[in-house]
Design a protein around this ligand. Structure first.
Ligand SMILES: [Zn+2]
Length: 604
């Protein structure tokens, strides 16, 4: 069974749930601040003066402090830690809309039923492995878990089991339940030997950790070898990617941590499953872990739906430090308050809990340090900080991380902090940051071209440092949202410019332009709300609670388009210069040079 959440139903729920009512029902006191706008203290971050805005006409909210924003669905998802489907169900019930059940066409039904079959395979095998463990209290797996002090409750809560020792135990069991070889292969329970075609079990004589999706349904396994030096050299064997198991998108222990994250207002990201389990055993039920691979942007987006405060609990060794830096690169652009756990003596969370108990773990969690603080340690290793050159290098290095921070308020704080940390002026940090931003836009430019000041659209001082193309798009989006004529004018002006379509602000601009071209400007708000549910973006939600204030629309459009054209020409030029370096043919070189000289990089 599946619900038919079509556009009409979503629209009906949205229009029947008044956003001011819903937000007020969560104890947020909203005061009218003129017209349709309301203001209050943000429920998502600590503040003393209200920066949380709600626009009842557009049914939108946006916090100018932490950047959260969207519609009533988004609010509910953020506030209640639920996914879109759950938010829709609860809101529908509140406002009396009945969501019909979906009718599938045969293909969809086939795909749906394949997924259901794979989920059934995983559910059965999760139970099977748990049973094998329970029925063999003296097996190596049971001993291993006992040695680690993992109790029966924890084993049950995390559905930990044991894969039998043998080549076809799972295959035989799966067949006995009526699953086909194809289904067992697709689910990653068994494998096929390439040369002989022989089928054999994927997991053999290993402790199995059931991996569940966000809804808490088993979708795969991570199986740990019981030997110190496994014969195949693999300490962990995971389910391969399947239609229901995408390693880069899943987070271990998320279903168990969901409520805890909401309660504790933070999520802990561990390196391994046992570390995550250690936190839960200590009563700190907010820990999750990626699945044996590096943390991915997809996983970052999942965890951000649950909390903006993330603590990294990675090993203290140099590999762990690299993992922290890599995670920071992924998490900082998402406006996440990032901290790093520091365990004295370089222990991992599991070891600390086993040796010193729950309180010790809780204490290190409370003492987690802001990510910027560990940069000082990182830089101490990398650079000679008692020389001015070394400090300048360190500041340049840290600026590469600062450039990822979107939130302006945060950024100001960081600038000051870095200046104090390396005993340099905040102006020096700022100029290092500007350089880092410029390098990011034109990473391989041979002849860097500074943007002429006039081409930069009228935006705030801080925003000028950002990716200039992106700033230009945000300006165009704001203008396009204001009227159908504006949107059409912009559509025309952008005809020969290709934009990076993965960026939510570009998506938003396309949405508005499409509405204008179809004469459906009244659809803009709900289309943008749909977009925000998938891609939360402070830049977009901000525009949905404020009115556009451009003194001269035409000039702003011209400047922004010129800027986009300049950026496009710069990258085209860079491409041509690369080609020029590679070619020896005189005629072709001449043609390339001609083309390069024609490319204006001033945007005219
Ligand atoms: Zn806020």
């Amino acid at each position: 069974m599946s619900l038919d959440l079509n556009k009409d139903i979503i629209e009906e729920i949205r229009s029947r749930s008044d956003i001011v009512d819903v937000i007020s029902s969560f104890g947020v006191q909203l005061k009218r601040s003129g017209g349709a706008s309301f203001k209050g203290l943000c429920p998502f971050h600590q503040e003393k003066t209200p920066s949380f805005h709600v626009d009842s006409a557009r049914q939108s909210y946006h916090c100018f402090g932490c950047g959260k924003g969207g519609d009533v669905f988004r609010f509910f998802m953020e506030r209640e830690n639920v996914d879109f489907i759950n938010a829709a169900q609860i809101l529908a019930a509140r406002c009396g809309v009945i969501i019909p059940e979906k009718e599938y066409n045969p293909q969809q039904r086939a795909r749906q039923s394949e997924q259901e079959r794979l989920l059934a395979v995983n559910a059965e095998f999760s139970k099977f492995f748990c049973r094998v463990l329970a029925e063999n209290p003296n097996c190596a797996g049971a001993q291993y878990l006992r040695n680690r002090g993992i109790s029966a409750d924890v084993i049950q809560k995390f559905k930990i089991g044991m894969a039998p020792d043998g080549w076809t135990a799972s295959l035989d069991y799966g067949r006995s339940l009526g699953f086909s070889e194809h289904e067992l292969l697709t689910a990653g329970i068994i494998r096929k030997k390439e040369d002989t075609g022989r089928l054999y079990d994927q997991f053999r004589n290993r402790v199995t950790f059931t991996i569940e999706n966000e809804q808490g349904r088993p979708v795969g396994f991570s199986a740990r070898s019981l030997e110190a030096k496994p014969a195949d050299g693999r300490k962990y064997v995971n389910t391969p990617d399947t239609p229901v198991f995408h390693k880069g998108r899943l987070l271990y222990a998320l279903p168990q941590a969901r409520q805890g994250i909401g309660r504790m207002k933070k999520a802990v990201l561990c390196e391994g499953q046992l570390d995550a389990i250690a936190f839960h055993r200590a009563g700190l039920e907010c820990a999750v872990a990626p699945l044996g691979t590096a943390f991915t942007p997809d996983q970052a987006r999942v965890i951000r739906r649950y909390s903006n405060n993330i603590v990294l609990a990675f090993d203290a060794d140099s590999a762990g430090q690299k993992a922290v830096l890599r995670a920071a690169e992924i998490l900082l652009p998402l406006s996440i308050d990032l901290k790093v756990l520091q365990i004295p003596g370089g222990k991992d969370p599991d070891e600390l809990y086993s040796k010193q108990g729950a309180e010790a773990l809780s204490e290190v969690l409370n003492n987690a340090v802001p990510w910027l603080d560990i940069m000082l340690d990182v830089c101490r290793e990398k650079f000679v900080l008692d020389s001015p050159t070394g400090r300048a290098e360190a500041v340049a290095y840290v600026a590469n991380f600062l450039k990822l921070v979107e939130n302006q308020v945060e950024l100001e704080v960081y600038l000051e902090k870095v200046a104090a940390m390396f005993e340099v002026s905040s102006g020096a940090v700022k100029s290092a940051l500007d350089k880092a931003v410029a390098m990011a836009i034109r990473p391989r430019m041979t002849t860097p071209a500074e943007p002429p000041a006039a081409a930069i659209p009228e935006t705030s001082r801080m925003e000028v440092r950002r990716d200039p193309a992106r700033v230009a798009i945000i300006v165009l989006l704001e203008i396009a949202m204001a009227s159908i004529d504006n949107a059409r004018k912009i559509a025309e002006a952008l005809e020969d410019i290709e934009l990076e379509e993965r960026d939510p602000v570009v998506k938003a601009l396309n949405v508005v332009i499409n509405c204008a071209l179809n004469n459906e400007m009244e659809m803009v708000d709900s289309c943008l709300h749909d977009l925000l549910i998938e891609h939360p973006s402070p830049e977009i939600s901000k525009l949905m609670v404020k009115t556009s204030e451009f003194s001269s629309v035409d000039r702003a459009v011209d400047d922004a388009v010129a800027e986009l054209r300049r950026v496009r020409n710069c990258s085209r030029r860079e491409e041509l210069i690369c080609k020029l370096r590679e070619t020896a043919d005189e005629q072709e070189r001449l043609n390339l040079l001609m083309e390069i000289s024609k490319l204006s990089i001033t945007g005219e």
